[in-house]
Design a binder for this molecule. Structure first.
Ligand SMILES: CC(C)(COP(=O)(O)OP(=O)(O)OC[C@H]1O[C@@H](n2cnc3c(N)ncnc32)[C@H](O)[C@@H]1OP(=O)(O)O)[C@@H](O)C(=O)NCCC(=O)NCCS
Length: 175
């Protein structure tokens, strides 16, 4: 999430170009959900390079937009990409990398600054994770920032350090 794609100098970690996910839900589901406000949430359609650059730049994730071919490969290799559009313009995106059975990794949730605070992020995450309801382990990395903590807590995520018995640890390695 922000940790891998944000303003920090850390390089984005993308799935391999031909990721061997056993379940690819991007290909066939192409659902479309009309929402109660003027922003539409859609599954399965990957935005073009210019739209991606515009959106990622809008939230300052220049580590991604410095290397757009890698960002495009990340989209193609993702198990599920969900977009938010207002009057046709791309205003948000969320994506999941998963084996479809045991683990779903939520990577990148972003909403254009002028569209934030209206429930778009929450709807993006709900739609992105919907195919993985039965997957027990849903995980993400994000920056240590109170707004992001509040956002993910509102979606039912808990920080590992807050879990009941404190027996879990998370490890990460950036290449
Ligand atoms: C984080 C982000 C995706 C949230 O999107 P959003 O559309 O503004 O969030 P929503 O309006 O759907 O908010 C959902 C819930 O999170 C809470 N929330 C969201 N941002 C918050 C903030 N900065 N501070 C406190 N609470 C926040 C909302 O109050 C809401 O709670 P509720 O359901 O109890 O009312 C958006 O701020 C963003 O794109 N930020 C830049 C990129 C980023 O940091 N992404 C996250 C890390 S990958």
């Amino acid at each position: 999430m922000g940790r891998t794609g944000g303003r920090s100098s850390v390089k984005p970690v993308a799935p391999p170009p031909t990721a061997d996910h056993t379940v690819r839900v991007t290909t066939d589901i192409s659902t479309h959900i009309s929402t109660d406000i003027s922003t539409d949430i859609s599954s399965g359609a990957i935005p073009g390079r210019d739209e991606l650059a515009d959106l990622y730049d809008a939230v300052g994730w220049v580590a991604y937009t410095r290397d757009l071919p890698t960002l495009e490969r990340a989209m193609q290799g993702s198990s599920h990409v969900v977009t938010a559009r207002k009057e046709g313009r791309l205003v948000g995106l969320a994506r999941v990398v998963s084996d479809g059975a045991t683990v779903a990794y939520l990577q990148d949730v972003l909403v254009r600054p002028e569209e934030q605070g209206q429930g778009v992020g929450k709807r993006l995450v709900a739609e992105a994770l919907a195919p993985f309801d039965a997957v027990r382990q849903q995980v993400l990395l994000t920056d240590d920032e109170p707004g992001q903590r509040a956002f993910y807590q509102s979606l039912g995520f808990a920080e590992i350090r807050d879990l009941d018995d404190g027996s879990l640890r998370a490890f990460v390695k950036f290449g």
